[in-house]
Design a protein. Structure first.
Length: 463
């Protein structure tokens, strides 16, 4: 006989293979705290509208607390034949109290799982946002610790113009700041209470959806309950899931770009930074090796987060309304994206905190005066030359420098003036990095005052 909660119309139970295919408890058991929270709110609502007695409500609450305590203590026996977290908890509750059999009144697993997941998202968004804030704080510390270190900024991975290392790090901070905004948006979309939608078409019973929403904290800024507006959409919709995975994938992409920058910086070819032993590993063969594994793994994990997003998009594509069992497959990618994102944020925070700058290597890298060729063009513009001509004129000097193997700022005055008569006797002064940086104090530029200002502003933003 079929023992499942839905077994009434069946004469035999599901095949062992069907159970193996259909069970989700192996990955949705982690929803237990949210499931219990949702059930307690639902029971309180059933009581408030008179569908169950106060005694029954109290028994359900006590029973659910006890079940959750067992789960937390690792004493709960999960049964795959009960399919999922919802049925496992409901059956355990009903073994404790007969009132458990009334809990599923005016509820379906379809609106139940939608509720559990929304509660999960609200929690997860908060945790990721906190992880981002910690990472940003570590990046700001790093920038602050190295206020005078200048490195080349790169385009096409070719040395372009000198910047304070803090300015480069603040570029990463901007990316993670936008990521934080994205999670705030996901949180807002998750903030609607699905309960009361039932399997697809609500319920004939006189339930109070606003009561449940309020109980679970699905409220707007003014404390007004937010109840989902369409029962069919509520059980079919997975776009909040997709948005969450998108936000994680975006973090993954950002993390991978930061990781790549740091891997380059830590290489012997750059040598800008030294990574802490704690976040590197050795080679089983080559005794001298110190490999940036934490950064490489972060770079690799970005692929997983993108894969998870693709899984969700593909799962939903062409799926008819409303709930289809396919949707059970939404959880592994969501949970994996969450776990990996949180882990990677913490790992990068740790890696950054242990990273030390090598100022001598940075100084060598910005030693090439050609990094200031653009500043020389600006200098000619200030002397009245149209920028296109100035660009061309400096290009001529670069050519001479290359042909005569003389650094551009060591071309003799006469030779330089012969090529570019507009040069003043002070043109050599341009080749002073601190001059170039001091002239870049407009908003968003890499001047030292500007960098300091941005650090202060970000500190305030994440506090
Ligand atoms: N474990 C299921 C899921 O995650 C719960 C919903 C089941 N609904 C159903 N109609 N079989 O999707």
């Amino acid at each position: 006989k079929n023992q499942a909660t839905w077994g009434g119309r069946f004469s035999e139970g599901p095949a062992e293979l069907m159970q193996r295919l259909g069970e989700s408890v192996s990955f949705d058991a982690r929803l237990a705290p949210y499931d219990v929270q949702g059930s307690k709110a639902h029971a309180a609502m059933l009581c408030s509208v008179g569908l169950i007695s106060k005694k029954e409500k109290n028994e359900i609450h006590k029973g659910l607390d006890a079940v959750l305590a067992d789960i937390t203590a690792g004493k709960f026996k999960w049964k795959t034949e009960l399919e999922d977290v919802h049925m496992n908890i409901e059956q355990a509750l009903t073994r404790r109290t007969a009132a458990g059999a009334k809990l599923h009144t005016a509820r379906s697993r379809n609106d139940q799982v939608a509720t559990d997941m929304r509660l999960f998202f609200k929690d997860a968004c908060g945790q990721i946002s906190a992880g981002l804030a910690k990472l940003i704080a570590a990046l700001l510390d790093f920038a602050e610790k190295n206020p005078t270190v200048v490195i080349p900024g790169y385009t096409h991975l070719q040395r372009a113009q000198p910047v304070l290392i803090g300015h480069h790090v603040l570029a990463w901070v901007e990316m993670f700041g936008r990521d934080r905004d994205r999670f705030a948006a996901v949180l807002d979309h998750a903030n609607w209470c699905p309960l009361g939608s039932g399997a697809i078409a609500g319920s004939t019973l006189p339930i109070d959806r606003e009561f449940t929403a309020r109980e679970l904290g699905f409220v707007d800024a003014k404390g007004k309950p937010r109840v989902s507006r369409n029962s069919m959409d509520t059980v079919a919709d997975r776009d909040t899931f997709i948005e969450f995975a998108t936000a994680c994938a975006m973090i993954g992409t950002h993390l991978s770009r930061v990781a790549e920058d740091m891997i380059l910086w830590a290489s012997a070819e750059f040598g800008f930074v030294r990574l802490a032993d704690a976040f590197t590993t050795g080679s089983s063969l080559m005794p001298q090796k110190k490999n940036p594994d934490s950064l490489e793994l972060i770079r690799g994990k970005a692929a997983r987060m993108q894969g998870n997003l693709t899984t969700l998009l593909t799962m939903c594509k062409g799926l008819p309304l409303t709930y289809n069992r396919d949707l059970q497959e939404d959880k592994p990618p969501v949970f994996d994206s969450f776990d990996q994102t949180l882990l990677c944020l913490d790992v990068l925070t740790g890696t950054i905190s242990g990273t030390v700058v090598n100022p001598a290597a940075c100084e060598r890298a910005v030693g090439d005066p050609l990094l200031l060729a653009t500043d020389l063009a600006d200098y000619l513009v200030e002397r009245g030359m149209p920028f296109r001509d100035a660009h061309h004129a400096v290009g001529k000097l670069v050519g001479i420098s290359e042909k005569t193997k003389t650094p551009i700022n060591e071309i003799p005055m006469a030779k330089a003036k012969a090529a570019v008569p507009e040069l003043g006797s002070d043109w050599y002064d341009v080749f002073d990095i601190s001059r170039g940086l001091k002239l870049r104090e407009n908003l968003g530029m890499p001047g030292p005052k500007q960098v300091k200002k941005q650090i202060t502003a970000w500190r305030r933003k994440i506090s």
